[in-house]
Ligand binder design. Sequence first.
Ligand code: SAM
Length: 279
Amino acid sequence: MASSPSQVPVGVDPNRPSIARVYDGFLGGKDHYEVDRVVMRKINEAVPEAVDIARGNRGFLNRACRFLANQTDLAQYLDCGSGLPTAENTHQIVQRANPEAMVVYVDNDPVVLAHGRALLEENDFVHMTEADIFEPSEVLGNAVVQRHLDFSEPLVLLHVGTLHHYEGDGAADVMRAYIDALPSGSYVVFSHFFDPEVPELTEVAKRIENILVNGPMGAGRFRTHAEIMAMLDGLELIKPNALSEPGLAVCDEWWPDGPRLAPLSLAARCIVGGVGRKP
Ligand code: SAM
């Protein structure tokens, strides 16, 4: 992306890295500035296989959407912190199964909002709106959300790769407010940076966390299993693969597409995902 001031979209600060652009850079996208590449280089120097975290997360999101679109009759999706459009986005996946599945994307990054609106102009069943996803009442009361999603019918809430960017101790309260607002039979798709509490893995997680938290992004927490489960209170998590009990799994191990031919990197083990149903 050009970083000349005249070409910078309105509302974008090209001197501050953005979560959305750094993540998109790791996924191979082109929408990043030099400030974002500085963060990416620091992370790559600290943990060369850090890209596996972004890829694992996006693969989980795609498989979870495919699962819900094909195996439930839910036709409303609220995707919080949707990120920059990449090859396979929520609406493309779920609308393959049901072309009239309604998808509302929420983000607060001006580049995401600009790209998202352009991409979605042609489709009446996709909408993008601006809100702070860490303020559930702002999202739930948002006019676009209210207009296009019916909270008296079950829906799918996605909070994928988002809450680890929430600083402080209130992440469980944020998710509780969302889960409380969902009608029975709704599903939640969730992923989060993970501290596996195994010394060699925690060490990898902490190296990335230090760069994110102490750098200009100021956020990116690797939380423990107990801390992440506290955010999913009130949900019945489904089995994450054929071998495991219901619960969370490393994103790459959540119903993978096939057998694993090479071992997962240490970094890949530092992000978990889960899908839960509200009873
Ligand atoms: N959900 C997508 C995925 O998993 O592929 C994108 C995840 S990306 C790591 C996190 C997204 O959350 C970014 O697009 C960022 O702009 C958005 N985000 C972070 N904090 C936010 C906030 N307070 N309000 C709205 N969006 C936010």
